[in-house]
Design a binder for this molecule. Structure first.
Ligand SMILES: [Zn+2]
Ligand SMILES: [Zn+2]
Length: 232
């Protein structure tokens, strides 16, 4: 038996660029046989569907609405739902695993730290987070240059289903050269309309986020990549 996990998922309305609701996304992953998903919407420093100048308290409350809905739907349909965050630094993105919604509510000071990214990432890691550089070699017109912060992260997303083979290959070289941990994820913004998938799998189910982090650290999970037809 193989237990599969989506590690990089965006939902609408919290992610402004998301095209699928929480329910559409979760029901798809359930039907595709996944054991669980991490909901990793763009954080309040990024492409969130809300006035970014609003107070942090208001932003974080909005931010968490999709996750709370996902938790509820996950219980209803029998899919594990885990919390994650994709934090940005002008186009350089980091996936943060291992901190809870309550932690983010209790730490508004991180919002001020967003412009000093190395300090902010260090702060997350001191609090117990696993920090993964998402698609480090992504090229796009809104990304002026590729920035690497090898001493500020635990690992690298070396397979992102929405990046080119070249970008993923470069990410792999980067991770290997610096001895960084590795993950795979889809970066799914389209729920059931996504055709390329990447993620992590294991022959035993993961218990919780701490268990996931342990397994990423000891390299005991497998990375997978797969292309599928749109089901309907
Ligand atoms: Zn996005
Ligand atoms: Zn993403």
């Amino acid at each position: 038996m193989i237990y599969r996990y989506e590690t990089h998922l965006h939902t609408f309305p919290v992610s402004k660029c998301g095209h699928a609701t929480v329910r559409e996304s979760l029901e798809y992953y359930k039907s595709a046989g996944y054991d669980g998903v991490f909901v990793t919407n763009h954080f309040v420093d990024g492409n969130i569907n809300y006035d970014r100048h609003a107070p942090y308290e208001e932003l974080i409350a909005f931010y968490l609405t999709d996750y709370y809905e996902a938790e509820k739907i996950g219980k209803e349909i029998g899919l594990k739902v885990f919390f994650g965050v994709e934090s940005t630094y002008s186009g350089t993105d980091f996936l943060i695993y291992g901190l809870t919604p309550e932690w983010f509510i209790a730490h508004p000071e991180i919002h001020e730290m967003r412009k000093q990214k190395p300090e902010q990432l260090a702060y997350f890691r001191e609090a117990g987070a696993l920090v993964i550089h998402a698609h480090p070699f992504r090229e796009a017109d809104y990304i002026p240059y590729i920035r690497l912060m090898p001493r500020s992260v635990d690992g690298v997303e070396i397979i992102n289903a929405n990046r080119s083979e070249f970008e993923n290959e470069m990410a792999k070289h980067y991770a290997e050269s610096y001895g960084l941990l590795v993950t795979a994820g889809t970066d799914n913004h389209r729920g059931p309309n996504q055709t390329k998938f990447a993620g992590m799998q294991s022959d035993t189910p993961i218990e919780d986020v701490a268990d996931f982090i342990r397994r990423v650290r000891d390299g005991s999970m497998e990375l997978f990549y797969e292309e599928r037809e749109i089901s309907e």
